[in-house]
Ligand binder design. Structure first.
Ligand code: UD1
Length: 433
């Protein structure tokens, strides 16, 4: 077992290079199943969710070859449904994209219900509604999703999403690319990774239009060919370093980003008094010694991302006055607040609203990462806290952040990975012994 140990109080200074977008990669890798050729994907992030998806594709018969740590070749010409690794599918949220990809490729799918971070109930009813509307019959039983394309091939159709869902929008797009007809998705999500998935599919011969708007049209084609595609930079990883720079009153140049994708984050940071300046494919963030309180609500893109909400809470603990954060996407995304309270944060939570009394210096404490972005928030809290913070359950962080410790150390942070005994495992082995 490993944990992060951070000695806080060092302003971050220097440059950091942002990796490829997790939420684009975890859709594009399953979507490679629809390609009857070799896909070369560049700028893939080195994170455990990507490793798991590549392993799942290998089980399905894909030839997966790492060209270098951030480029992979995936050859899905010989895939079949034979050896689906259900234990792996259960561990990640993005395994839901396999339903769409398998339906497109094989006309049928069997996957487990997806796993992932626990922010309360995370239904997949909009995925089911959409896939049904474009030609599949789905059945969820005993923790599995069974799907069959009527007539053996997706037909296309019209879908109106009741909720703006990133996952459902992308899953329907993937399932529709090889359909025998046209698909229209209305009330579609507009996140940058949706545009990235569409660009990937189109570069392999698909006909997807309107991605980035709330109406996406997919004209089914007979077959997708291979090609090379470069994944966009990660909006949330970039935002996390922006907040880390602001929280430590540091000065960090964040490189390899698309500043347009960061506007929703930059705008709120500027309201706190943090300096954010864009140039080309980088942003420079300079932390202020005194920050203003703000209010914000998480919303679908181009609103403030729910995946930046925990990190922003940490920053607002340091601002003067009372800030209010309203979580507009998930029912239960403030669980990490208990961990932050151990570090001296004054936050009251009432349902989907957190009221943050700022102006308190955080102090180091032993805490846990309760999910991926909550884990990133704990790291930021540790970086600006007085004293030593130890963060357990860092496997959540490693699901979505490439080499966070290395990148932060380059910026002058005192953070390291420490092995520690797994008491549960030790107790179990004593019992067995
Ligand atoms: C995806 C991302 C996650 C990010 C989230 C919001 C992946 C693997 N995960 O999650 O990192 O936090 O987008 O940007 O890319 N909903 C339904 N029914 C559905 C689908 C969603 O009610 O069928 C609800 C969800 O519970 C949530 C909201 O719609 O309240 C948005 O969910 P969605 O955009 O689909 O997010 P996820 O796919 O869960």
């Amino acid at each position: 077992m490993e944990k992060y140990v951070i000695n806080g109080g060092h302003p971050l200074k220097g440059e950091v290079e942002i990796s490829g977008a997790k939420n684009a990669a975890v859709a594009i890798i399953p979507a490679a199943l629809t390609v009857n050729g070799i896909c070369r994907l560049e700028n893939i992030p080195q994170i455990s969710d990507v490793d798991m998806l590549l392993t799942i594709l290998r089980h399905l018969g894909a030839k997966v070859r790492m060209i270098n740590p951030s480029a992979v070749e995936i050859d899905c010409r010989q895939v079949s449904l034979r050896d689906s690794p259900y234990d792996l599918m259960r561990k990640i949220r993005a395994s839901y994209y396999l339903i769409g990809a398998m339906l497109a490729r094989f006309g049928k799918a069997k996957t487990t219900m997806p796993g992932g971070c626990n922010f309360g109930v995370r239904p997949i009813d909009q995925h089911i509604k959409g896939l049904t509307a474009i030609g599949a019959d789905l059945d969820v039983r005993n923790g599995f999703v069974f799907a069959d394309a009527r007539g053996g091939r997706m037909s296309g159709g019209r879908v109106y999403l009741d909720k703006v869902s990133v996952g459902a929008t992308m899953n329907i797009m993937i399932a529709a690319v090889l359909a025998n007809g046209k698909t229209v998705i209305e009330n579609a999500a507009r996140e940058p990774h949706i545009v990235d998935l569409a660009n990937f599919l189109n570069s392999m011969g698909a006909d997807v239009r309107g991605a980035g708007t709330d109406c996406i049209k997919v004209n089914g084609v007979e077959r997708l060919h291979g090609g090379t595609y470069t994944i966009i930079p990660d909006q949330i990883e970039a935002g996390t370093y922006m907040i880390a720079a602001a929280a430590t009153q540091g000065e960090v140049l964040i490189k390899n980003v698309i500043p347009k994708h960061l506007e929703c984050i930059s705008a709120k940071l500027r309201e706190t008094g943090t300096e954010v300046s864009e140039s080309g494919d980088s942003v420079l963030v300079r932390g202020a010694s005194k920050m203003n309180h703000i209010s914000l609500k998480t919303l679908p893109y181009p609103g403030f991302p729910t995946d930046m909400q925990p990190q922003m809470s940490v920053l607002l603990c340091l601002a003067d006055g009372t800030s209010v954060i309203t979580e507009g996407i998930y029912d239960n995304r403030f669980k990490y607040v208990n961990e932050l309270r151990r570090m001296g944060a004054c936050i009251e939570v009432d349902g989907r609203v957190a009221i943050i009394e700022g102006g308190h210096r955080l102090t180091g404490a032993p805490v846990a990462a309760c999910d991926l972005r909550a884990g990133a928030a704990m790291v930021i809290a540790g970086l600006c806290a007085q004293g030593r913070t130890e963060i357990e359950d860092i496997h959540y962080i490693e699901r979505g952040y490439q080499d966070m410790v290395g990148k932060l150390r380059n910026l002058g942070a005192d953070i390291r990975i420490v092995e520690y005994p797994d008491m549960e495992a030790a107790e179990e082995s004593l019992e067995i012994g």
